[in-house]
Each structure stands twice: as C-alpha cells, then as structure tokens.
Design a protein. Structure first.
Length: 205
C-alpha cells in the first residue's frame, strides 16, 4: 500500500492545517494515503486539551489552538514536519501503534548516524540523552489520521525557552545538528520519508 509523497517546502501553518482537514473530510475508501513533508515559519501550536499556561511568555510568535493531541510545541524553519494522512482502518493500525511506528522511524534514522535514541512511556516523542529531538501529535477522524511528527534538524531553539515543551517544565530539546549529524535538512527529509514508509508498510493489509 503505497504513499503519495508531497514535498511542500516552507508553508504557513493555518492553511496547511485546513488542507489536512479538507483532505480527511473528502477522502473515501479509495483515496491513497499521503505523506506531506514541509517546514513552517515560526509558530506555537497548542493541542486540543492543551493548557494555555504552558506558554510562559509572549515572544511575538503566534499561537494556534489546533485539533491534534498533546500540549504545546514549536515549529520553525530548520525542522522537518511530516504529516501522515492515513486511512488507519484500512491499514489495520491503531493510534498507539501508529505513534510507536512514527517514533521508530526517527529512532531508525538516528541509528544510521550512530545516535542512540529512545521513546518514553506516556510522553510520546523521541529523546536523545534525555532531550527531546522529535515531537508527535495526531488527530483521527472517521478512520483518517492527520498531523504527525516534527524532527528538529538545524533550527533556532530559542523559542522553546518560552514554553513548557509538550507540557513538561524544564524539558530540554535538541536537534540533529547538535548530536553530531552533519547532513542537511533535504537529505534527512528523504531519509525520514523512507523510514516512515518502511515502518508503516509493515502494517498494511
């Protein structure tokens, strides 16, 4: 069961979110699954049950209250965003398993470079030496998933200081550049797309 892979470049958050909702609302049993790869200009996003107090101060970066799970996170240039628009029922995969496979794709990518990464129970995402390198958040509606994951590559991490990342006070964040990976965002985007495809194909009926 193949994917349609779309590389969208640097795109604003709000119209991209609306496009994901429109795609999910209009899809039917024959609609191919899609993987959108992109970057966003600086924006904070707050999950459906997110607590506004996790935004610690106004840094001039817009805050969008969105419909994914999870708390608050930051998106900005130099971060790979991968949105997975999947028919999870057709793929025979539950949300917890989808999260696990998304995490595994990042863990596999980092392992290629000799970087040991891990997941955490009850704190979705991928961590290197206790610092979060990838954040995850999903929405499933009528068996269609959207949103996805964000992998920090080579970005300004300063905006994370204005939030409790993913709702955890004092949580450190890191990026591939800072754990010794020199490859650029284009190369890592291609590699992440392959690992996401590989990990999700294994569940396809």
């Amino acid at each position: 069961m193949s994917f349609v892979v779309r590389r969208l470049g640097l795109v604003d958050y709000l119209p991209t979110w609306q496009a994901m909702r429109d795609f999910t609302a209009q899809r039917d049993a024959e609609t191919p699954d899609e993987l959108w790869l992109l970057q966003h200009p600086p924006v904070y996003t707050l999950g459906l049950a997110g607590k506004p107090e996790h935004l610690l101060r106004d840094s001039g970066i817009p805050l969008v209250k969105t419909d994914r799970g999870g708390q608050i996170t930051y998106h900005g240039p130099g971060q790979i965003v991968a949105y997975l628009l999947l028919d999870v029922q057709r793929r025979g995969i539950g949300v917890k398993e989808l999260v696990r496979r998304m995490e595994q794709a990042v863990i596999d990518l980092l392992a290629d470079y000799g970087v040991v990464a891990e997941r955490r129970e009850k704190a979705p995402g991928v961590y290197v030496n206790g610092a979060k390198i990838a954040a995850l958040g999903l929405k499933v509606k009528n068996s269609g998933s959207y949103h996805g994951l964000a992998l920090n590559v080579d970005m300004d991490l300063t905006p994370y200081a204005a939030i409790n990342p993913c709702g955890y006070a004092g949580l450190r964040v890191t990026q591939t550049r800072d754990v010794g990976i020199a490859d650029n965002i284009a190369t890592l985007t291609d590699t992440l797309a392959q690992y996401l495809t590989d990990n999700l194909q294994a569940t396809a009926k």
